[in-house]
Write a protein that binds this ligand. Structure first.
Ligand code: ATP
Ligand code: MG
Length: 134
């Protein structure tokens, strides 16, 4: 598996979330993802970027163009140095929100992705990685 191209974006404002959606759409098209898959990863990215803003106090998204032989894909890594998540299983459950959300973002992002991993340490921050392959 190779990484053909990479870029890192700040996620500090709502405008940054719009920028995240745009760059994920562009790179998904470049990877040859169909319209449905593009929309899945853009929606997942939007939810994760929103969480970085709402709970993580801002952070970054790194985007990577992936090659695995003829297969192509896009991987996104969201990182923040916020409070972290004490109970990740609870956070992934549909309907759980510590704020005023619907509690659908994290679980939704997982369902919309081919790969999903989360590493969160209370007091240190949160890292969420997703990938979508064509
Ligand atoms: N980056 C993060 N840092 C700290 N806590 C987080 C982070 N992302 C998610 N959480 C915690 O996980 C919970 C569930 O997140 P999820 O995105 O599923 O729901 P929500 O953001 O509360 O609501 P929704 O996304 O539906 O508007 C959040 O309420 C929050 O407590
Ligand atoms: Mg959310």
């Amino acid at each position: 598996m190779g990484v053909a191209r990479t870029d890192t974006r700040q996620v500090r404002t709502s405008e940054d979330v719009v920028g995240v959606r745009q760059v994920v759409r562009e790179w998904s098209i470049a990877a040859g993802l169909g319209l449905v898959d593009q929309t899945k990863i853009v929606t997942a990215a939007s939810e994760l970027a929103r969480n970085v803003l709402d709970y993580g106090g801002g952070g970054t998204m790194t985007i990577e163009a992936l090659n695995d032989g003829p297969r192509r894909g896009v991987r996104l890594t969201f990182v923040d140095q916020g409070p972290g998540i004490a109970d990740v299983d609870q956070a992934l459950r549909d309907g759980f929100s510590s704020g005023s959300g619907l509690g659908l973002g994290l679980g939704g992002a997982k369902r919309l992705s081919n790969e999903f991993s989360i590493d969160s340490r209370p007091g240190e921050g949160t890292r969420v990685t997703i990938a979508r392959w064509r």
